[in-house]
Design a protein around this ligand. Structure first.
Ligand SMILES: [Zn+2]
Length: 84
């Protein structure tokens, strides 16, 4: 997911623990509130409309971006041995 990677770099802002604001890819003036497993974009909400009760996990590029964002920050955070 190249889109999500680009978003993680430039479009993710951490609001608080577990809450992120992710920019829309299609509309730069729009952004979505994303938690670790939910997003308020249309794609995410539609997923549950169409796949309701099938025990599937919805995904979208915003959620993916937050995951990458978190992974990137772990690397530079405490507890790692990487030093410059
Ligand atoms: Zn989304």
């Amino acid at each position: 997911m190249r889109k999500a990677k680009a978003l993680a770099k430039n479009g993710v802002v951490q609001i608080e623990d577990g809450l992120y604001q992710v920019k829309s890819l299609t509309n730069p003036f729009k952004s979505y509130m994303v938690t670790s497993d939910s997003c308020d974009c249309e794609g995410f909400r539609n997923f549950y409309k169409f796949h309701h009760g099938k025990d599937l996990k919805a995904n979208c590029s915003h959620l993916e971006a937050v995951r990458i964002f978190k992974a990137n920050h772990k690397k530079t955070g405490k507890g790692t041995t990487t030093r410059k």
